[in-house]
Design a protein around this ligand. Structure first.
Ligand code: SAM
Ligand code: DTB
Ligand code: SF4
Length: 343
């Protein structure tokens, strides 16, 4: 038997990806997305991995670090969120962080190998007085040579323009679930509001980071519809974060799911990653929140299915993320590496 050396590996890579389509489509039908979800598991993974290899080096993972620049006290009522004023999660609200602290945190993240820095604020929308300070943070992080991302809730066209001019590369704004299930999750804003902000961000010339959460008690049809909505936007989101719900004590969703003993089927989660990869072949699919609950084997399967981005650093916004040492060791054991320069 031939040893599996580098050459053999490359040949295999070509062979596997040969039949995978290279085109990026925005005209997927619900029936097509449903069919993908219903494929036998290994057939779906084979297709997703083949598409993945056509567009990306399967050994590379993009790494982003998150910082909560304004924690808690949010007027929205998202049923999963630790930061809503409507829930008693015991989280203390804080003011907008000082600019120097944000830049210092970004520099430390860069020195640990992160190429993108994402600043999150518990806002429904930023106020004019806050935008100036956030623009300063963005300028500072941009000057460190990192990609910049922010997630601040709804934006006006003027605000989007100001942020872009300050050097904002990506704006994160998730759809979370299907339009049909959305009112069960959040009542203080509509799906149309979310879509409007996504358009505002694109119109301002920024890249879009938009995905959802699995484990909200949604049906498979909601997962189909969420991915269908993302994959039929005029332009696919450049990054697609797939979060597994982090059940936070004191949120209505954690209470409801614990009462009904519902948890996410990990193979169903991998299917979501795989279908996202096939539908949006050139986008970064991020294995986002929820990794502390996942085994190394499950994460490996997610990477095989097409995930090629993670949040890196011990903390997400208010909940834990795997320790950086553990992530480094996982990537090493898988023969994977953090992407050196963001694409
Ligand atoms: N307030 C802004 C907004 O909602 O767009 C930005 C911050 S918000 C915390 C960013 C995203 O984090 C949410 O859209 C949601 O998808 C995700 N998220 C929040 N809490 C989560 C949880 N407990 N588990 C998984 N994802 C969560
Ligand atoms: C995204 O999709 N997930 C991140 C980021 N975008 C902003 C946030 C995850 C938050 C998880 C819960 C918390 O730490 O509060
Ligand atoms: Fe506020 Fe964002 Fe949390 Fe919703 S997800 S409550 S908008 S911080």
């Amino acid at each position: 038997m031939q040893p599996v050396g580098r050459r053999h590996y490359r040949d295999l890579r070509l062979e596997m990806s040969d039949s995978a389509p290279t085109t990026v489509r925005n005209d997927w039908s619900i029936a097509e997305v449903t069919e993908l979800f219903q494929l036998p598991f290994h057939e779906l993974l084979f297709r997703a991995h083949s598409v993945h290899r056509r567009h990306f080096d399967p050994a590379e993972v993009q790494v982003s670090t998150l910082m909560s620049i304004k924690t808690g006290g949010c007027p929205e009522d998202c049923g999963y969120c630790s930061q809503s004023v409507h829930h008693s999660t015991g989280l203390a609200a804080s003011a907008l962080a000082p600019v120097e602290e944000v830049i210092r945190t970004a520099r430390a993240a860069r020195d640990r190998g992160a190429t993108r820095f994402c600043m999150g604020a518990a806002y429904r929308n930023p106020k004019p007085s806050q935008i100036g300070k956030i623009a300063e943070m963005i300028r500072g992080v941009h000057e460190l040579g990192m990609e910049t991302c922010a997630t601040l809730g709804m934006l006006s066209a003027d605000q989007a323009e100001t942020l872009r001019e300050a050097g904002l590369d990506y704006y994160n704004h998730n759809l979370d679930t299907s339009a049909a299930y959305y009112p069960q999750i959040t009542s203080t804003r509509s799906y149309a509001d979310r879509l409007d902000t996504l358009k505002t961000v694109r119109d301002a010339g920024m890249k879009v980071c938009c995905g959802g959460i699995i484990g909200l008690g949604e049906a498979e049809q909601d997962r189909v519809e969420l991915l269908h909505t993302l994959a039929t936007l005029a332009q696919h989101p450049d990054s697609v974060p797939i979060n597994q719900l982090v059940q936070v004590e004191g949120t209505p969703l954690a209470a409801a799911l614990q009462t009904s003993s519902q948890s996410v089927d990990s193979l169903a989660f991998v299917r979501v990653i795989a279908v996202a990869r096939i539908l949006m072949p050139a986008s970064r699919v991020r294995l986002s929140a929820g990794r502390t609950e996942m085994s190394d084997e499950l994460q490996a399967l997610c990477f095989f299915a097409g995930a090629n981005s993670i949040f890196y650093g011990d903390c997400l916004l208010t909940t834990p993320n795997p320790a950086t040492d553990r992530d480094r060791s996982l990537l090493d054991r898988l023969g994977m590496r953090p992407e050196a320069h963001a694409s």
